[in-house]
Write a protein that binds this ligand. Structure first.
Ligand code: ASP
Length: 335
């Protein structure tokens, strides 16, 4: 039987009916799991750890880096991993882990649920069973198993606050469709690993994020931030006629702050050459986030900045697929 380590980090799945994170000790949680979902014991030899137990809205960089460290140190002892995680920031954790553990050589399956396992009508049971099953399959991907899909972590976004099919990888086909059979994409596990050396000691999230709307006033980026992430309209357009926006971009350029542009649209991505406005954004030195989701872009930017990377290194990072994230030329074709 495959040896699987299940790391419980919190979220709705383990919550008490009151909505509070139930206080979970590893031994007790494993007993509880095996009572609630006894079939898990038929799928794998399970071990459980509880590195932290919180609503994922409270996630901090140290939590993710600690998790990455534990997964790496446990890789020799286990065939695969399941990470139970709140859904709110799961796509971000999956993105950071997807980059930092691209070379792990083990499946890391993140999952959670929209309703607690303790509820009779819950998606927790099927998500857990599917996640443990996927973790035994030997496919070295870091991905989110939720509803009927397994999705590559560095391509995901949470799209629903209440539906059981809560995640999508809008610009990449699923790694697996989970129905009566699990149907894997032929390229699951196949991606070029080009993650730069030296990442992961720190995750610098001192990033100024902006989601503009029509008529919004632009203030200069706050003092002390390390970078800027703009979630622009459509293909990367911004109202470039506005003097306050021009002053914002000019100020960023003067401060050598990397400005990365992603799209407010989940599907498709940024192409700064598509419109005159996009060209003007680029002329100010902004960097296209291409097909990166907001979470994957934040992860990449935070990792480069955390490693002390400068504007040139951020620009380089967004021009390259590090770990199978969708790139304009097609992620699957990179394999
Ligand atoms: N707020 C919860 C969390 O992210 C939501 C969930 O788990 O679905 O921890």
């Amino acid at each position: 039987m495959r040896k699987i380590l299940l790391l419980h980090t919190g979220g709705t799945l383990g919550m008490a009916p009151s909505g509070e994170p139930a206080s979970l000790a590893p031994g007790r949680f494993l007993d509880h799991l095996l009572v609630q979902v006894p079939e898990l014991g038929q799928l794998a030899a399970l071990s459980v750890e509880v590195p932290f137990n919180q609503d994922s809205a409270c996630l901090e960089p140290a939590d993710i880096l600690g998790l990455a460290g534990r997964l790496r140190s446990a890789a020799r002892d286990f065939d695969g991993f399941v990470v139970i995680h709140g859904t709110d920031t799961m796509a971000f954790t999956a993105s950071v882990l997807g980059f930092l553990l691209a070379d792990l050589g083990r499946p890391v399956v993140l999952t959670g649920s929209q309703r607690p396992l303790a509820f009779v009508r819950s998606d927790a049971r099927s998500n857990l069973v599917n996640a443990v099953d996927l973790a035994t399959r030997g496919i070295p991907e870091i991905g989110i198993c939720f509803g009927n899909h397994w999705l590559r972590g560095v391509a995901t976004d949470k799209l629903s606050a209440n539906q059981f099919e809560a995640f999508q990888s809008p610009n990449l086909p699923p790694l697996a469709e989970i129905g009566a059979e699990i149907q894997f994409h032929p390229d699951a596990g196949q991606f070029t690993r080009q993650v730069p050396m030296g990442l992961g000691a720190a995750l610098d999230l001192n990033i100024h994020t902006v989601t503009p709307h029509p008529g919004m006033a632009w203030s200069l980026a706050p003092a002390g931030v390390s970078g800027v992430l703009i979630q622009a309209f459509g293909a990367g357009n911004l109202p470039m006629g506005r003097p306050d926006l021009q002053a914002f971009l000019e100020d960023c350029r003067g401060r050598k702050l990397p400005v990365v542009v992603v799209s407010q649209c989940p599907h498709g991505g940024v192409d700064l050459s598509a419109y005159e406005l996009g060209r003007q954004v680029e002329a100010f030195g902004a960097i296209s986030g291409g097909l990166h989701t907001r979470w994957t872009a934040l992860a990449k930017l935070g990792l480069v900045l955390g490693a002390g990377g400068d504007l040139a290194q951020v620009r380089e990072a967004f021009g390259v697929g590090w770990a199978g994230e969708p790139m304009p030329e097609g992620a699957w074709s990179q394999a």
